[in-house]
Design a protein around this ligand. Structure first.
Ligand code: ZN
Length: 515
């Protein structure tokens, strides 16, 4: 056998083993979050960290390093879009990131995160950020150290943004948020002055049987094309999530609130949106570390959270909260909950699922205000990491920005700066993916509309195949071969373009609120 072929075979064999380990960790994780009794926590933690360590050792082994350098010439000669060249490119990036982080720093960070978590819980209890601030300060110092090791150009935050979003920089995000900042706060203020949102959402509130809610959510997931029979499963969990063990085995979860129908239903559509992406990645990319749809942050893989989120938000908001969807789905919802929707029209439901109001809590925010919550966190992270803002002044800075962007002020820190657990684990680069997802989603839909004149024609009859087919060809088919901006440029001709997103929100909410 040719020496290069032999090396490539060995390389693929090692990568397949690493992939198997990570998929096994995902199975354990799924079980932990959906089935495991509380008592299993300690042993499960050990099991998962052992597998993680083995996977890390395999990825950073000298053999992988040698193979990558021996195969460099081979890679140059291969077509860029091809599976082999792409796999080598993706693994090269993972390898260099994984080998650059000193073990001692990783250990100090995990210790510091555990302390920060305890302090965060105490601070929430006391409703006082100053209880958490010293622990956060320590974490921020370690993050600066980590950024220095990873390398960055202007702002330490760049190191963390590129871990999550690969070829996207802090500068790119600042430009994106500048656009959002110019348009959204005034629009939100106009919506806030419009009529009573409680009255609008009345149809989604009541007493809803929990099992029926899950069944309704699964009906919605099936209708957009998520395969629940042979390649998918569903369970309940505290926080909804999706996870994949291979493109042929994708799991989604939801949660249920007995008094509010929207919580379970839209979580199901959101997670099924992630799931469609995962099921859509070609099975031949399994075992290559290129089925980008799986998020395995422990590998620091070049999965873009933004692109992933673009798919879930597309199905949840652009489709699930559209008038055409409710023309199709209202009779189905009525069959599940007889009496609840008597006399209601699709337009009534369209209004009920699109109530927008400035609010304090990100995870409860609506489609219109969500990205402002994200922007606020991005700004604070950046200002703290580059030394413009001291950690001890973060609570005031938070409240100030809330007032400026959303016109609301938290009554205490637990409903403000202490609301997200993210900052107890890592600080910087953890939030922007949600806003990127919205912006990408709108750009992708705009491009799909320009290429497929019949894009929305079937929605009112429950046929979403034209939209799904376009996403399949332009997003799912590529797995993680391309970095996010690269993928967006190939699909839409542009990188980050806020135009379609801002136009979509403005048109939709001016219409909904008669502005
Ligand atoms: Zn999501």
């Amino acid at each position: 056998m040719n020496r290069t072929v032999e090396k490539m075979n060995r390389f693929e064999e090692l990568i397949a083993e690493i992939d198997d380990l990570h998929c096994t960790i995902s199975v354990l994780n799924w079980d932990m979050q959906t089935q495991m009794p509380k008592g299993g926590a300690e042993a499960r933690g050990d099991q998962m960290s052992t597998l993680r360590r083995i996977a890390h050792e395999k990825l950073t082994s000298p053999e992988i390093g040698d193979l990558l350098s021996n195969l460099e010439e081979h890679e140059q000669a291969l077509p860029y879009e091809g599976d082999e060249a792409s796999m080598l490119r993706v693994v090269r990036r993972l390898y260099s990131r994984a080998t650059s982080m000193p073990g001692d720093l990783v250990f100090r960070m995990s210790q510091s995160a555990a302390r920060a978590n305890t302090k965060w819980l105490q601070a929430r209890e006391a409703r006082d950020f100053s209880v958490f601030a010293p622990a956060l300060e320590e974490l921020v110092q370690l993050r600066r150290e980590q950024a220095a090791v990873l390398g960055y150009e202007d702002n330490p935050m760049d190191a963390f943004v590129s871990m999550k979003e690969s070829d996207i920089s802090v500068d790119d995000l600042e430009t994106m948020f500048d656009d959002l900042r110019a348009v959204l706060p005034p629009l939100v203020a106009r919506v806030a002055e419009a009529d009573d949102p409680d009255e609008r959402s009345r149809l989604m509130r009541g007493d809803f049987d929990t099992q029926k809610q899950i069944d309704l959510g699964m009906a919605a997931a099936r209708s957009i094309g998520f395969d629940l029979e042979d390649r998918g499963r569903h369970a309940l969990s505290v926080h909804p999530f999706s996870i994949t063990f291979s493109p042929d085995d994708v799991r989604i979860t939801t949660r249920v609130h007995p008094e509010y129908l929207g919580s379970c239903l839209f979580a199901c559509i959101h997670e099924a949106g992630h799931g469609l992406y995962m099921q859509g990645v070609p099975t031949r990319l399994r075992h290559t570390l290129m089925d980008s749809s799986t998020s395995r942050p422990e590998l620091g893989r070049p999965v873009s959270f933004g692109v992933h989120e673009s798919q879930s938000r597309l199905w949840e908001n652009t489709v699930g909260r559209s008038l055409a969807f409710w023309e199709y789905f209202l009779p189905i919802a009525r069959a599940f909950f007889p009496g609840q929707f008597d006399g209601a029209t699709p337009e009534d439901l369209y209004k009920a699922v699109n109530v927008a109001r400035p609010s304090l809590i990100r995870v409860e925010a609506d489609e219109l205000t969500y990205s402002l919550h994200v922007m606020l966190r991005f700004e604070l992270e950046k200002e703290v990491l580059d030394g413009q803002l001291e950690v001890r002044h973060m609570a005031e800075a938070w409240n100030d920005k809330m007032e400026r962007y959303l016109g609301v002020t938290p009554p205490h820190d637990t409903l403000g700066v202490l609301q997200d657990m993210h900052w107890t684990r890592d600080f910087g680069g953890g939030f922007q993916g949600y806003a990127l997802g919205d912006v990408f989603s709108a750009s992708l839909v705009a491009k799909a509309e320009s290429e497929e004149s019949s894009l929305g024609d079937g929605w009112a009859d429950g046929d979403f195949s034209v939209l799904r087919g376009w996403m399949q060809r332009n997003v799912y088919d590529h797995g993680a071969k391309f970095e996010p901006l690269e993928l967006m440029r190939r699909a839409t001709g542009e990188g980050i373009n806020t135009g379609p997103y801002l136009k979509y929100l403005t048109t939709k909410f001016e219409d909904l609120y008669d502005l």
